[in-house]
Design a protein around this ligand. Structure first.
Ligand SMILES: [Zn+2]
Length: 445
């Protein structure tokens, strides 16, 4: 007897989409059966007409920037995201530079979260003494900035080289925000001198700045045999540079975000600070070529870079002084399904790879997460491809339900019907069904 059986859905398995019945016991996938098989289970779900994806892993969440694991994890569940990989910086908590702070984050996950969470560790240039304890505590990767990052700190070539030597020793992944600070500073000044506003965003942090920073990092990483991941790339040109280093033998991964695929620079001109992020959103031409990169497998994973800044924070100063980032964690699956699968030939299998199995493998979470296979956690995102719906921030769990965010009023084909975390249904048609359920998922590699 199984605890739960999901019948008649189209399951996106590692060997492709298949109609099958998924049986769950003790929170794990315990059996995969032909749809006709009679399988005894205490609870049965009929998912006729629905697509069953492995629960999404958001490789780049910032739910504690402005909010917390309570609202962030509910947002995640509503979008089929069953594991958040949360970044170390927060707007109101100390950054995760040591095990003490990490323990605080883990306690919050267990108290507040309805989905599972892995954590990035933080590290400062020249202060590498906490790397070992954070690795032992299972951090998924270390986040570093090559461009300016305020109090969090950034890395120059020398400190980066030292960090990569250390990361090689501890077999940990270094994930980088890769932009060249001197180029961004010069081009931003050029835009402000010319009295430009949001329409100057892309030019203020040009693609060449990403290319240069990625090249620096990858050159050093290749030299030190380190594993690195490039956060939120905005263009296929950057993906091309990453591919070149991969061909030289470097273990390097490319992440992009839904907004580099679903929005363009006209949206930034229209929504101003609410659509500001770094690297910036590019022209539609660049967006189109980035989609080719995604469909052809050059992009390893999709992270939301979700951050829920308030209208007050976004409008306090000029476009240039406004904080970068906006929400979108709940729109990864509807966005990639609508724009990718329905319009651009993205396969269901590729979608599952970049949102689940790849990040699971890259972060060392694949011992329990990332695919519909016997023995893995019963984490599922059930998409109803027939539902067409209009997004409004007021319907979400965001800390700030601003109508100025760039996806407001957008129509999506395909909606997340239900979300399961370790066999427990946490979200169904607009309702969160549990109070707390999430666990910290340490990286094991
Ligand atoms: Zn980020």
């Amino acid at each position: 007897m199984f605890d739960l059986l999901m019948k008649n859905g189209l399951a996106v398995t590692p060997s492709g989409p298949r109609k099958l019945s998924i049986a769950v016991r003790d929170g794990k996938i315990a059996g995969l059966f032909d749809p006709e098989s009679q399988v005894p289970a205490r609870e049965v779900f009929d998912f006729t007409g629905k697509i069953i994806f492995p629960g999404l892993i958001d490789s780049h969440a910032h739910v504690t920037y402005c909010g917390d694991f309570f609202s962030g994890s509910r947002t995640a569940a509503s979008g089929g995201v069953t594991t958040l990989v949360e970044m170390p910086q927060s707007g109101h908590l100390p950054s995760v530079f040591d095990k003490g702070v990490l323990s605080g984050r883990i306690a919050s996950i267990h108290e507040e979260s309805v989905v599972d969470c892995a954590l990035y560790g933080g590290v400062r240039a020249g202060q590498l003494e906490h790397i070992e304890e954070l690795v032992k505590a299972g951090v998924a990767a270390f986040k570093v900035f090559l461009s300016d990052a305020g109090d969090y700190g950034s890395f120059d070539d020398a400190s980066l080289l030292t960090l990569l030597q250390s990361s090689h020793r501890y077999h940990c992944l270094v994930a980088a925000h890769a932009e060249s600070q001197p180029i961004c500073a010069m081009e931003t000044k050029r835009m402000t001198d010319a009295q430009k506003g949001a329409e100057g965003n892309s030019g203020s942090r040009p693609v060449i700045s990403e290319i240069l920073a990625v090249t620096r990092l990858c050159t050093l990483a290749l030299h030190e045999h380190a594993r690195v991941s490039i956060c939120h790339i905005s263009s296929r040109q950057v993906a091309g540079v990453i591919q070149e280093f991969r061909q030289k033998g470097l273990q390097v991964y490319a992440e992009t975000c839904p907004h580099y695929l679903l929005l363009n620079s006209d949206d930034v001109a229209r929504h101003g600070a609410w659509a500001k992020c770094a690297p910036p959103i590019r022209s539609q031409k660049t967006v189109n070529s980035l989609w080719e990169s995604v469909c052809e497998g050059e992009i390893d994973m999709i992270g939301s870079d979700h951050a829920t800044y308030s209208d007050a924070q976004k409008s306090a100063g000029s476009f240039w002084s406004a904080p970068g980032g906006f929400p979108g964690l709940d729109l990864i699956l509807p966005g990639l399904y609508d724009e990718g699968v329905c319009r651009r030939g993205l396969s269901l299998s590729r979608l599952a790879q970049i949102t689940a199995s790849n990040p699971a493998r890259i972060f060392g979470l694949d011992y329990c997460k990332g695919s519909i296979e016997i023995g893995k956690d019963a984490d599922f995102a059930i998409l109803d491809p027939a539902v067409r719906w209009e997004f409004h921030a007021s319907d979400t769990f965001y800390d700030t339900k601003s109508p100025h965010y760039p996806y407001e009023g957008r129509i999506f084909q395909g909606k997340v019907d239900s979300t399961f975390v370790r066999g427990k249904q946490v979200w169904q048609k607009g309702k969160i069904l549990v109070n707390r359920h999430g666990r910290y998922v340490p990286s094991c590699r």
